[in-house]
Design a binder for this molecule. Structure first.
Ligand code: IVH
Length: 686
């Protein structure tokens, strides 16, 4: 016996392999667990660094033993070799579409029919958002994700299994061991609006075409032959229908969703059971009101008879079920005419063509202009002055021109051309890929105005009362020629501006003076360095601790930071190399701007929220997440993305998700929007 165990301890190749194999299994389970906490629950328990270490170890072991790589390994999310074409797969069940209803009367008629056919007045409906993405079939065998396909023609779709594996919200292995042997589901793949905008920015900066809307972006990203591209795109998935499963079926749609959630699958958080059709109409109304505040696009609600036996009894038509329907929102696409194409100059000097439209109402908002992004985009869409176009509005996005509508026999204007000089200051323009820049920098009033507005904005120096109109006057009257001039302004000068009196000018000067004590990350953000937004500014502040250290850093030093790639480090280096930028920073400091490494180290009187920490979840109606964050940070609080024992408040807006559950579990105080506002008001003047 003793001899045996001694033998066991000898590191023979097979022993080592067995130990590595066990470690690999542990790593896979740990990473899966942390993926679920991070991507689905939105509640990470380990740092990014620790996660990276686990992942690295997994990759190393898999490289050592390629035969141990399994389909459910988290490493398989990063992409597989490119395909020649997407394969075709027959669906296990036909993927039906839904009848679309637009009017409440049609919904009442649907309810009447359902009641008549079932012979009862007691119908419960489950209602949920109609996600505006693309529909997919998802198959799990023995809890393992084995196949996924697009809808295709409803009978046969395209095999996008390896692409779907890259989506972090989709579990490769179901949780708990009570899942069915075989599970076929339907869900929607889509892109969150903020991710869509960021992706479009990246695409256009690289000179690629922007996607017209989040749905196209999701479809284009999922139907890639190279899954590495899909892996680099921020897709999410939500499951909303069981198409087939072994074992006992849940008796209602609601229970189906609950069951899916138990297995770790993402399901619609914004769902409700309605006992009456009036409650369905109310959900439609409420959801439509929330629509512009949701982080993703929806184009209506889906209404489903809750009881599964009644669904079976109602059956289906040739292409749609008779127990469900889509109750759509009014379309956000309308047709109008391009009256002119103007050029706007942004704070970084980019010249952007802007279509001036004959005003048209799109989804309740009057649209009179739409960005055309850049010259390539104008050429690709082939839009000219006088053309008839379809405009659309995706969420809170600046409206975009979806397409030109050709009118037969119409005589068209000449194609649009970008100007050779800046329409604001007359400086020559420079070209960089699809982009055209004004070379005037601070000498260009448009760039200077943009730079000052950005510097004064809430997330930067937060100078109250320094809005667009005032900035325009300060620049146009020659009072401010660079950022440092803000701190040279006096009351006499302000009084000469339109709309300024004793009190308003005193208030503005006070606000400017207050902004002099500024945390490093806000100052960095305020400088308006290309590619340096709030997040990167925070990373830099945390990493370097002082502006001097940042200004002294070189390319390699910046790139050694995980979040910083070559483009950002290029941008930082060239910004700080520019003498005029260094001069302005120097002047700002001489005029009393004091850049603080961290608020707490300055020994100031404690702010009302000092020591408190906030977590925001769901959408707020009266202010954006950024504004709410800026507000509480200004009052001394910290804001975190996950709820922990040390969280003081969780502010839950509409569609609050798992963070709310976590707050309840940990007994953290939960505030709704009203409660949050009361708390802010109680903290004194902001
Ligand atoms: S249920 C048999 N639920 O809307 C019913 N569909 O034609 C299957 N969609 O392409 C669909 N959100 O992809 C259902 N919560 C939801 C949905 C939803 C979006 C899509 C679906 C389909 C289209 C309707």
């Amino acid at each position: 016996m003793r001899q045996d165990s001694l033998f066991d301890d000898v590191p023979t190749p097979s022993n080592i392999r067995r130990i590595d194999e066990d470690r690999l299994t542990t790593l896979k389970n740990q990473i899966r667990h942390h993926d679920h906490l991070y991507y689905v629950k939105d509640h990470p328990e380990i740092s990014d660094g620790e996660y990276d270490r686990l992942f690295r170890e997994l990759l190393d072991l898999e490289q050592k033993y390629p035969d141990l790589i399994t389909a459910d390994s988290p490493s398989q999310r990063v992409g597989a070799p490119p395909l020649g074409e997407l394969g075709k797969v027959p669906h296990e069940r036909p993927m039906l579409s839904l009848d679309s209803l637009m009017e409440p009367e049609e919904v009442l008629a649907f309810d009447q029919r359902v009641k008549r056919e079932l012979g009862t007045d007691q119908i419960t409906y489950t209602v949920e958002p109609k996600f505006d993405g693309l529909s997919v079939e998802l198959v799990y065998d023995q809890g393992l994700f084995v196949r996924g396909a697009t809808r295709g023609d409803g009978a046969v779709g395209e095999d996008v299994t390896i692409n779907l594996r890259t989506i972090r919200t989709l579990p490769l292995q179901l949780q708990t061991d009570r899942y069915p042997d075989h599970l076929v589901m339907r869900g929607e793949v889509y892109m969150r609006l903020s991710d869509f905008h960021a992706l479009n920015r990246r695409m256009t900066e690289r000179g690629d075409d922007a996607f017209a809307n989040p749905r196209n972006a999701a479809a284009g990203s999922l139907r890639q032959l190279d899954s590495h591209i899909t892996a680099s795109r921020p897709l999410v998935v939500t499951c909303y229908e069981v198409m087939a499963m072994t074992g006992p079926l849940p008796s209602t749609h609601w229970d189906e969703l609950e069951r899916l959630a138990e297995w770790g699958l993402p399901v619609p958080t914004l769902r409700r059971q309605c006992e009456t059709i009036d409650q369905v109409l109310a959900f439609h109304r409420e959801t439509q009101e929330q629509r512009d505040h949701l982080p993703y696009e929806i184009d209506g609600i889906v209404v489903k008879v809750n009881r599964v036996d009644w669904q079976t009894q109602l059956g289906m038509k040739s292409r749609s079920p008779r127990w469900a329907m889509a109750f759509k929102f009014p379309p956000r696409k309308e047709i109008t005419e391009i009256q002119d194409i103007a050029i706007s100059v942004g704070r970084t000097g980019t010249l952007t063509p802007l279509a001036l439209l004959k005003p048209v109402e799109v989804g309740g908002v009057t649209i009179s202009r739409a960005t055309l992004h850049n010259a390539d985009e104008v050429a690709r869409k082939d839009v000219r002055v006088g053309d008839t176009v379809r405009v659309e509005r995706a969420g809170d996005v600046i409206p975009a021109i979806a397409e030109r509508i050709p009118i037969p026999d119409q005589i068209r204007h000449e194609p649009f051309q970008m100007p050779d000089c800046c329409p604001i200051c007359g400086s020559a323009v420079a070209r960089e890929g699809a982009y055209v820049y004004c070379t005037g920098q601070a000498a260009c009033p448009a760039q200077l105005k943009g730079a000052i507005e950005h510097f004064a904005s809430k997330t930067a120096l937060n100078i109250d009362g320094l809005g667009k109109k005032t900035v325009a006057q300060l620049v146009d009257q020659g009072l401010v020629k660079d950022l440092s001039d803000l701190y040279r302004l006096n009351q006499e000068q302000l009084l000469k501006l339109e709309g300024f009196a004793e009190r308003s000018s005193a208030l503005l000067l006070e606000a400017i003076a207050r902004s002099k004590a500024v945390p490093l990350e806000r100052f960095l953000m305020g400088l308006g360095i290309r590619q340096v937004g709030q997040h990167i500014a925070k990373v830099l502040a945390r990493e370097f601790g002082s502006l001097d250290a940042i200004m002294a850093a070189d390319h390699d030093r910046f790139q050694a930071i995980r979040e910083i790639g070559p483009e950002i480090s290029d941008s930082l280096v060239s910004y700080f190399q520019e003498q005029s930028n260094r001069r302005v920073i120097d002047q700002l400091q001489q005029l009393g701007v004091s850049i603080m490494a961290s608020r707490s180290s300055q020994g100031q009187t404690p702010l009302p929220f000092s020591g408190k920490s906030f977590v925001f979840t769901g959408g707020l109606v009266s202010l954006s997440r950024d504004e709410a964050t800026a507000l509480v940070e200004r009052l001394g609080a910290t804001v975190s993305s996950s709820v922990g024992k040390k969280t003081t408040y969780v502010v839950a807006g509409s569609e609050a998700g798992s963070k709310l559950d976590q707050a309840r579990k940990l007994g953290v105080q939960i505030l709704d929007e009203e409660g949050f506002k009361n708390l802010l008001n109680a903290s004194g003047p902001l």
